[in-house]
Design a binder for this molecule. Structure first.
Ligand code: SF4
Length: 396
């Protein structure tokens, strides 16, 4: 059985204009050493609710985990190990880092403590664009950080942000030239998404140009030997993110820390999702207000902090996460998890989507997004969103 732990570290040097993650600038939140104590207490309180043993994955995300002294990250790894959640030789241990927040010494310490994958918030190599979204680093610092990782031959990934105001295809082409030069094992390109009226919603490339950008990224990466194993994730063969794959493969994960989300597929008939409050005050209060350990992941949580999934919700999630993957949606898996009612519900919409050219069926009973379907994936997913009444009808 696969099982991973996500640890949220909500500290940043400054807030980037487009960011909606639960993070704070240093100084606007309790000191990191106090936050680490809260994480340790959360581990103690919930440890009985999760399967102990060697972890499949451990992921430090944020925020900017690399802002913290590496000893504080080590303290969390050790606390988990002491409680029975061990990092073993096969565990994928990832830490998110921002350029200019690590040096060779810190990298060595990370490697000694078992970190074996680094995810770098590069975003773009264009200085004016970095500045326009209030990124704290410049392109030179990004190159230095990536070269440090590349020279040590460690497994690293980086994010590319595109469709920023003022970004052109030429600017993106330069960013992709850096990918080709640095050859990370994994690349996550993502299109800027901000609500209408947001300061970054003006001056963005038009929708057609955004599609051209995605196509330019895809073509460049595929030519370089990457495969698109998920809608916005490309990797060299064998370097897919095992942690993110847990989310997409309906596997269990435990999210520790501010606003972290968890999922227990075996709790309730179709699994349970639960999450921590997304304000630091709320999180601190939750952890400090109880002292007992819980045996159910959502034990003692207020109802607004968990959701026992109903069949129609679980089926909707299952369709979306399956289609995000290169390997697609397999009707046999639908039948195993949801029985004949699930099959009855999905068959019509799937056939309809094939006829519209948004899905293909490379083998009997398996469906994947076409190139056109990838571009309109939100529309595809809205056709595979099921209501409680629809499930009730299909189940009778
Ligand atoms: S560094 Fe990352 S987490 Fe922090 S504000 Fe910027 S985008 Fe958000």
């Amino acid at each position: 059985m696969k099982f991973g732990i996500y640890v949220h570290i909500p500290y940043c040097l400054q807030r980037c204009t487009y960011c909606d993650f639960a993070t704070y600038e240093r100084g606007q939140i309790l000191p990191p050493e106090q936050y680490i104590l809260l994480l340790k207490e959360e581990i103690r309180q919930k440890q009985k609710a999760f399967p102990k043993g060697e972890l499949t994955t451990l992921y430090f995300g944020g925020g900017t985990p690399s802002l913290l002294p590496s000893q504080q990250i080590l303290a969390v790894i050790q606390e988990l190990a002491n409680t029975g959640f061990a990092v073993g030789p096969a565990t994928e241990v990832t830490i998110e880092i921002n350029p200019a927040t690590i040096d060779a010494r810190k990298l060595d310490h990370y490697l000694e403590m078992g970190v074996n994958r680094f995810s770098v918030g590069a975003q773009t190599f264009n200085d004016p664009l970095l500045k326009s979204v209030k990124r704290e680093h410049n392109a030179l610092q990004t190159r230095e950080t990536l070269e440090l990782l590349s020279n040590r031959k460690v497994n690293f990934s980086f994010d590319l942000l595109f469709a920023l105001p003022g970004q052109t295809l030429e600017i993106l082409e330069n960013d992709l030239a850096e990918v080709v030069r640095l050859k990370p094992a994994h690349v996550s390109p993502y299109c800027l998404t901000v609500p209408e009226g947001h300061v970054l919603s003006k001056g963005r490339p038009l929708e057609d140009t955004q599609l051209d950008m995605f196509e330019m990224i895809r073509k460049t990466l595929v030519t370089e030997g990457y495969h698109r194993y998920e809608i916005s994730n490309f990797s060299l063969p064998g370097f897919e993110s095992r942690h993110n794959s847990l989310y997409w493969d309906d596997e269990a994960y435990w999210g520790l820390g501010l606003s972290a989300h968890s999922y227990a597929p075996k709790s309730g008939p179709f699994g349970t999702r639960y999450w921590n409050p997304n304000s630091i005050g709320g999180y601190q209060k939750l952890i400090e207000s109880r002292s007992e350990t819980v045996s159910e992941p959502h034990g003692n949580l207020q109802p607004e902090l968990y959701e026992v999934l109903e069949a129609h919700q679980a089926l909707t999630d299952f369709c979306h996460t399956s289609l995000r993957r290169e390997r697609g949606l397999d009707l046999e898996h639908v039948r195993r998890k949801f029985g004949p009612a699930g099959l009855r519900l999905v068959t019509g919409p799937l056939q309809d989507l094939v006829q519209r050219g948004w899905l293909r069926s490379p083998q009997t009973g398996v469906f994947t997004l076409t190139e056109e379907g990838l571009l309109v994936s939100n529309q595809v997913f809205s056709n595979l969103a099921f209501l409680q009444e629809e499930w009730a009808k299909a189940a009778t």
